[in-house]
Design a protein around this ligand. Structure first.
Ligand SMILES: [Fe+2]
Length: 290
């Protein structure tokens, strides 16, 4: 029997990020997954806080859930992950795609962080193979490789839901940028086709929402059929060539996300600030490397 997962989204207005808790309320098995968590960080002061993650923890405890997985769709460049903090508080296994080994190889030299950032990915509990199936309590789940935004982007299919990270956004927003190292607009198009080939009623949960106008509140879900009909970039009839052209034009000259430097180095360590010097932790800001 395929169980229909329950999904609760938590929106972080500072980074426009959606964090999800996924579980099955129709079952006595209370195991759940947390997807794409947020560790709050202020660039100017260097202060971090766990307010966003604590809201997720409160929810998990209030529902009597047991964290089995802490999943990442990719190494985020615009916010820090709270995966490490959540695992310390709630348990669970931190998992990501095996393709992040290539991302580690790209970025660890930029930060000169090999000392506290293992290049073999052993800081993660599980590195998923492409199309690997797993379970979240009583629910069947599967990862699919959906590169383009980064070379390691993963989408997680859980029952009739799919968590796509930045591979696709809500219809009126489109899709994630493809101009980071290893990003590729052609790959993004191909990944989008994989997602749009899912059953039309599939609930697609996005990793961010950037409401295009003041009148629309942040939302987190559209069905595959809604995406097929109206996604700004992926709607029916868009050829691969036109998609690439439009994506590259949109990305040209774009500034980097404010938190890109802290995010990448911390997220490659599952959300840890790394080795301290006399009890003080640091964020490295490499010069002329982006
Ligand atoms: Fe991203």
């Amino acid at each position: 029997m395929t169980l229909k997962p329950d999904v609760r989204g938590f929106f972080d207005p500072a980074t426009a990020t959606w964090t999800y808790v996924v579980w099955s309320s129709g079952h006595e098995d209370r195991r759940c997954a947390i997807i794409d968590s947020v560790l709050d960080y202020d660039m100017h002061s260097g202060r971090h806080s766990t307010a966003s993650a604590d809201a997720v923890i409160d929810f998990v405890k209030a529902r009597g859930l047991e964290v089995e997985w802490i999943l990442e769709t990719h190494i985020h460049a615009d916010h820090l992950t709270a995966a490490h903090y959540l695992r310390a508080k709630l348990g669970g296994k931190i998992a990501i795609s095996r393709h992040i080994l290539a991302v580690l190889e790209t970025w660890a030299p930029v930060f000169q962080s090999a000392e506290d950032t293992p290049l073999d990915g052993s800081q993660f509990d599980v590195l998923f193979e492409d199309d690997q199936q797993f379970t979240i309590g009583p629910m069947t789940a599967k990862m699919i490789h959906t590169p383009g935004h980064t070379p390691a982007d993963t989408s997680y299919i859980v029952g009739d839901a799919v968590f796509v990270g930045d591979a696709m956004f809500l219809p009126d927003v489109g899709s994630g940028r493809c101009d980071f190292p290893g990003g590729n607009a052609g790959d993004s198009y191909d990944s989008g086709q994989k997602l749009l080939a899912l059953p039309p009623e599939t609930r697609m949960y996005v990793g961010h929402d950037y409401p295009p106008g003041p009148r629309r509140e942040p939302q987190c879900m559209a069905t595959v059929s809604e995406q097929r009909a109206g996604n700004l970039r992926f709607h029916q009839g868009v050829t691969r060539e036109r998609f690439i052209e439009a994506r590259e034009a949109a990305d040209a000259g774009k500034g980097v996300p404010e938190l890109i430097l802290p995010s990448l180095q911390v997220n490659l360590r599952t959300g840890q600030f790394g080795k301290d010097i006399n009890g003080v932790q640091f964020v490295r800001l490499p010069v002329d490397k982006l």
